[in-house]
Design a protein around this ligand. Structure first.
Ligand code: ZN
Length: 166
């Protein structure tokens, strides 16, 4: 059985016990989180969040890309979130490569040079990267200065969050 077949089976069992049909669209705790897609980081578990509580926007690195900004702006203006959190983590794969080297490798492997993605946004300094993401959110003119924007590094070994001061 493929993993996709396995998850479809798991979904049948989930739906058989489903009790969350009453949840409404705006996040109950008015929180939006941008976090790395790392498989070890369970944002809901690590932050004590339940379905319906928060928007969780995930990508490689937990980066405030154009698309993450798009989601944050919609989250705040259309769905009422009032606090933003950015979460990167200690053992992130984004520090293990360089954009240029990966691009060259993929071009060689495939013979293609597509325009997208324009960048992979690999980085080397985790704390500085978190600060840069905070600045990106705070400086956007469509995101109110009233919204707290805080950044954290999740420790993959302990499960603890450590705040990065901006
Ligand atoms: Zn990561």
């Amino acid at each position: 059985m493929s993993v996709i077949d396995e998850i479809l089976k798991a979904n049948q069992a989930y739906a058989a016990q489903f009790t969350l049909g009453h949840l409404s669209m705006p996040p109950a705790r008015r929180l939006a989180v941008v976090a790395c897609m790392d498989a070890r980081l369970s944002v809901e578990h690590a932050l004590g969040l339940r379905p319906g509580d928060a928007h969780i926007i995930r990508n490689a690195g937990g980066l405030v890309t154009d698309d993450a900004l798009r989601s944050l702006i919609l989250s705040h203006h259309l769905l009422g979130t009032q606090e933003f959190v950015i979460i990167e983590h200690t053992d992130c794969g984004m520090v293990t490569f360089k954009d240029d080297e990966l691009r060259v490798r993929l071009q060689r492997q495939t013979g293609a040079s597509p325009e997208t993605p324009a960048a992979f946004h690999a980085f080397s300094d985790l704390e500085e990267n978190v600060r840069a993401q905070i600045r990106k959110v705070r400086s956007h003119p469509w995101i109110s200065k009233e919204i707290p924007v805080r950044g954290f590094i999740y420790d993959d070994k302990t499960g603890l969050l450590r705040e990065v001061t901006a």
